[in-house]
Design a protein around this ligand. Structure first.
Ligand SMILES: Cc1ncc(COP(=O)(O)O)c(C=O)c1O
Length: 395
């Protein structure tokens, strides 16, 4: 199929809910992808932060090949070795005590589960989320998502959700009451433009939750598995949640998600109260085991920390030279570069020059590259970005 017919068919027959880039991607390897014309791109979007272990990671590829020849589907009502292996592996890298997981297929689904188990366990109804939050677009998850453009067209949503100001403990204290079941927070906010909370924020949240019998949910869907330079972003502040949700790069690009908690919290759900046909699918589990092994064996969290420091430093230098850059912020390889104007043209220019970048809102460039990105590739990203900035200096 040629480029034009692919674009035409997708445009005619898909729901049309994605903001499309004018490129047909054909294949990928590590931090690189190629389009249908053979043009190479450095992928700093990484499938929205999914390609942690790189595109078509060889360990993930062979795990998927092997598993696909053995068994592709196995409902959760049966036991399966690929699933057992993943659950055990996951329990070895999650915070102590959080050694029970519900496996599903996406981040939003993991958060849906978290909402249900938190309410059931607490026997209370209210949930506190934050300004700037993003937890997904299914009805429950979008109810906890701050941006009105995602919520308002679909009201009425989940009732009894309150939003506190991210980073502001007083606003949390105002929001909670005796019917608050849970507080959900991204340890570093992603969609709103890479926002790091004030140093004591998560610790104080933990204390408030303990004092008031409220469950603390960390959405580590974008930050987890090494992205920020630690296995879990919350480790930067030494805080552990009661429930943690993960997804994105957990299975090297195969769809998966998980809500992870303690036996005590999980046991509040009765058999059948929450299941999914594909949850714990053997193919996804085999891919996830391979991806987790790769992350651990190659110490990708530490790689993200080191590479992130280099990329951050280079972006800071650009900020020094360009008034157009307001701020560079981030942790590990999760970095936002806030500009003083809309960035659409910059992203377009970078794309033309072989670098895929991501946006957060209209004026923040977001970097979520594979953690296996090489230093030369980061240097190329920087040089392409520099070339693309002066063109729009006059804005
Ligand atoms: C922090 C966070 N939570 C939840 C989600 C939703 O995940 P999914 O798109 O897999 O439903 C995302 C996706 O970007 C996210 O960044």
């Amino acid at each position: 199929m040629n480029e034009d017919s692919i674009v035409d068919l997708e445009s005619r027959h898909s729901a049309g809910v994605y903001q499309k880039m004018p490129v047909v991607i054909e294949k990928g390897a590590g931090a690189l992808v190629w389009d249908i014309n053979g043009k190479e791109y450095i992928d700093c979007m990484g499938g929205y932060g999914v390609a942690l272990v790189g595109h078509c990671n060889s360990k993930v590829v062979s795990a998927v090949k092997n598993q696909s020849e053995k068994l592709i589907t196995c409902h959760g009502s049966f036991f399966n070795s690929a699933r057992a292996e993943l659950l055990e592996k996951l329990s070895r890298i999650t915070p102590q005590g959080l050694d029970v997981a519900y496996l599903c297929n996406s981040g939003a689904e993991a958060n849906e589960f978290a909402i249900k188990v938190a309410r059931k366990h607490a026997g209370k109804k209210e949930i506190v989320a934050f300004t700037g939050s993003f937890h997904g677009k299914t009805i429950g998850a979008v109810s906890l998502t701050w941006n009105k453009k995602y919520r308002e067209p679909f009201e009425p949503l989940l009732p009894r959700v309150k939003f506190s100001r991210f980073g502001d403990m007083e606003s949390v204290k105002d929001a909670i009451n005796k019917d608050t079941a849970a507080i959900i927070v991204e340890p570093v906010q992603g969609e709103s433009g890479v926002h790091i909370p004030p140093p004591s924020f998560l610790k104080t949240l933990r204390e408030i939750c303990d004092e008031n019998d409220i469950l603390l949910i960390f959405d580590e869907i974008q930050t987890g598995f090494g992205r920020t330079g630690k296995m879990w972003a919350a480790e930067h502040w030494g805080v552990e949640p009661d429930i943690m949700t993960v997804a994105k790069g957990m299975a090297g690009g195969i769809p998966i998600g998980a809500a992870i908690s303690s036996k005590e919290v999980m046991s509040s759900l009765k058999v059948g109260e929450h299941t999914s046909t594909f949850g714990g699918n053997p193919l996804a589990c085999a891919a996830a085991s391979a991806a987790i092994d790769y992350i651990v064996d190659n110490n990708l969290p530490s790689a993200a920390e080191k590479k992130g420091a280099i990329l951050h430093g280079e972006l800071e230098k650009i900020r020094g030279d360009h008034e157009a850059v307001r701020e560079v912020r981030g942790l590990g390889l999760m970095i936002g570069m806030e500009m003083r104007f809309e960035i659409r043209e910059i992203l377009q220019k970078c794309l033309e020059r072989g670098v895929i970048l991501l946006y957060s809102g209209k004026n923040i460039i977001r970097f979520l590259p594979p953690l296996v990105i090489q230093e030369e590739q980061m240097q190329k990203v920087i040089s392409v970005l520099k070339q693309s900035l002066p063109l729009i200096r006059d804005h």
